[in-house]
Design a protein around this ligand. Structure first.
Ligand code: SF4
Length: 219
């Protein structure tokens, strides 16, 4: 075999067959528009992983109901959509070894984002866009181990912003997001919005993030 042919075969065959067989617990895969944070408005394919190491009282995700899917099956689902932006979400996606799926997707030109609670460190080079949504306003004894990233997005429930004084140094964009609970009344959610708006006005290094997908009635 010539050197060129050998090189082409190496490139074309750069997928590791074992990566395709890696199994993940997947709650759902869906195509939607990012509704919150910095990349709001950009269409993404969301891959929601099962399982979480926290139990936040406002959590609206059934992360304990999932299917076992191989990377091959996940890729088939993802490729059905005309979209090159992926979000790994959950649950807590970093409870998984994400290298196999990340490698397969990146080799196909996908941009990889993650939404994580920050309790598990994210290896360098794994993800293109890191959004950390810490829950230490609820779990003060669970340390935030991923302390750098593109976006820090905190659900605001009245906690003092001083608690983010160190953490926020590692992030490019800072967001406060009202705690929206669809079990609560319109008035209660309205009070949460108004409280967060006032805090952002008084602390302009933070921006307001709204879960616009919920207003639109989309996933
Ligand atoms: S960290 Fe996220 S997924 Fe886990 S319980 Fe809290 S809100 Fe739900």
């Amino acid at each position: 075999m010539s050197g060129v042919a050998s090189e082409m075969r190496t490139t074309a065959g750069s997928d590791n067959a074992g990566d395709f067989d890696k199994i993940y617990n997947i709650v759902e895969i869906f195509h939607s528009v990012q509704g919150e944070g910095y990349r709001s408005g950009i269409p993404h394919v969301f891959i929601r992983f099962g399982g979480c190491n926290l139990r936040c009282e406002w959590c609206d995700t059934d992360f304990n109901t999932y299917d076992k899917m191989s990377v091959r099956a996940i890729l088939d689902d993802v490729q059905a959509y005309p979209c090159k932006n992926i979000v790994f979400t959950g649950g807590e996606p970093m409870l998984n070894d994400l290298w196999p799926i990340a490698k397969i997707l990146r080799q196909r030109g996908y941009h990889l984002s993650i939404e994580s609670n920050g309790t598990v460190p994210i290896p360098e080079g794994l993800i293109d866009w890191i959004c950390i949504s810490p829950k230490d306003q609820m779990y003060s004894k669970v340390p935030i181990k991923q302390r750098t990233g593109d976006e820090l997005k905190c659900v605001y429930v009245g906690q003092p912003l001083e608690m983010y004084q160190d953490l926020k140094q590692g992030f490019t964009h800072l967001f406060l997001q009202p705690c929206y609970d669809d079990q609560q009344s319109v008035e209660a959610n309205g009070r949460s919005f108004a409280m967060t708006e006032e805090v952002v006005k008084a602390n302009p290094d933070w921006r307001l993030s709204l879960q616009t997908h919920k207003w639109m009635g989309i996933l």
